[in-house]
Design a protein around this ligand. Structure first.
Ligand code: PLP
Length: 453
């Protein structure tokens, strides 16, 4: 790595990326798949990207990522790069305070936070910690009795995690939700399921609540579920991958009320907090439970600092040994923007989502299907024959995406096919929302004419 070559090559890459952003609106948003790199990309950073959930990029995120890659330190234990560990602990307490987490989740209150690459990894680690805590009491031979609870809205990662930690997938209770509760998990149905399982000889282990589900942005009632989790001694995890970022704003923080009853919380700054991929925050109240399950102590890693038990060795809080200096990226983002600008960022997306929602509401051919809570609007085109509505909306979504002018995705809630408009690109402005709406109206008019809907 010679420094002249590094300077020239990285300038070239920066010019390429800057140019890419300059022209990003000219590319068809969803990849039209032809040979070559740019045509083969789906442009996640396009302001016309409304699919899945956003993956925010920002200058601060880029710079932080460059520093992380440039320094390329691997802070698996404290001694392998003390600053990487120290900064991560500081940044996790900062974000914990931004979210007004109880001090029991912070290092300053004997809890603590760690950066993972993804929610999937974070959930596997909490499942393992919960599993081992219970198996220590009931014996490892009883692993097939452990039961995990969540709503049907829960991200598919939970079931994957259940399988990975050796709990039979048939012990995953996927509790149904409906329009009447706006797709939130009913505490009563949870308690009924737990009681049934106990009667049948199972051992309730883990409850995952979601704040901002992927399919439609639903929110589970953290406080009421937490009380049940405490009553039955379940590990209570809150997955706030997408909407956790919004909870830094006072007007959204109430969705985390009851968090003091949880054992762990995860959220992804790589979705909505201006931090380039990858970055998932996980807080736990009892780090020792993660450590008991995940620690390793080979001779070649032994050192005085670890043996003093006075330092954090993050290798024992995650699956892999090696780890990136992600905290640097998050630190740059927080220092560069500060709390006020990060809140402004969230609110501007929420306001644009409200704008889109009111455009939908004004057109009697359409309906907003699930109440909007954050920046995700779930809507559909009505059909005078309800049984044909799903097919019509499938066609509408395909027509919008095939235009290359915007990209949205779908989900099915309560048996209805709905179109998801996820507002959250860093570059988005009002005109992009207005253009999207015009495009949808245009394609809908063509379809209605074609199908006589
Ligand atoms: N949980 C929720 C609610 C999500 O929306 C997502 C992704 O969209 C995930 C988990 C998975 O996150 P990751 O890709 O970080 O594993």
């Amino acid at each position: 790595l010679d420094s002249d070559g590094f300077t020239n090559d990285s300038k070239m890459v920066i010019d390429f990326i800057a140019d890419y952003y300059k022209n990003i609106e000219n590319y068809p948003v969803q990849s039209q798949v032809k040979p070559g790199i740019i045509p083969g990309l789906t442009h996640w950073q396009s302001p016309n990207f409304f699919a899945y959930f956003q993956a925010n990029a920002s200058t601060a995120g880029f710079v932080g990522e460059m520093l992380c890659t440039g320094l390329n330190v691997i802070g698996f234990n404290w001694i392998s790069s003390p600053a990487a560990t120290e900064l991560e602990s500081i940044v996790m307490d900062w974000i914990g305070k931004m979210l007004k987490l109880p001090s029991t989740f912070l290092f300053s209150g004997n809890g603590g936070g760690v950066l993972h690459g993804s929610t999937c990894e974070a959930i596997v680690c909490t499942l393992v910690a919960a599993r081992d805590r219970t198996l220590r009491n009931i014996g490892a031979e009883n692993i097939a009795k452990l039961v995990v609870y969540a709503s049907g809205q829960t991200h598919s990662t939970l079931l994957k995690g259940v399988k990975l930690v050796g709990i039979p997938s048939s012990n995953f209770r996927c509790l149904s939700t409906s329009f009447s509760s706006e797709f939130s998990l009913s505490p009563q149905s949870l308690e009924d399921a737990i009681e049934n399982d106990i009667k049948a000889g199972y051992v309730p282990l883990f409850l995952c609540a979601t704040v901002g589900t992927t399919a439609c942005g639903a929110v589970d009632p953290v406080m009421d579920l937490g009380k049940i989790a405490r009553k039955y001694n379940l590990w209570f995890h809150i997955d706030a991958a997408y909407a956790g970022s919004a909870c830094i704003c006072p007007e959204f923080r109430h969705y985390l009320d009851g968090i003091e009853l949880a054992d762990s919380l995860s959220m992804n700054p790589h979705k909505w907090l201006l931090t380039n991929m990858e970055c998932c925050c996980l807080w736990v109240k009892q780090p020792r439970l993660l450590i008991e399950s995940l620690s390793s102590n080979p001779e070649y890693l032994k050192n005085n600092a670890s043996e003093s038990n006075a330092v954090v060795d993050y290798k024992d809080w995650q699956i892999a040994l090696s780890r990136r200096f992600r905290a640097l990226k998050l630190w740059v983002v927080i220092r560069r923007h500060g709390m006020a600008n990060l809140m402004f960022h969230i609110r501007s997306h929420v306001n644009l989502a409200k704008r889109f929602e009111s455009l939908v509401a004004k057109d009697s051919r359409f309906e907003v299907v699930v109440p909007r809570r954050f920046s995700l609007v779930c809507f559909r085109l009505k059909h005078n024959d309800a049984s044909k509505a799903s097919e019509l909306n499938r066609k509408l979504l395909a027509a919008v995406n095939e235009s290359g002018r915007a990209f949205m995705t779908h989900s099915v809630v309560g048996g209805l096919f709905i179109i998801r408009c996820a507002v959250g690109s860093t570059l988005i402005e009002e005109r992009h929302v207005d253009d999207l709406w015009k495009l949808i109206q245009e394609k809908a008019a063509d379809l209605v004419e074609e199908t006589g809907a």
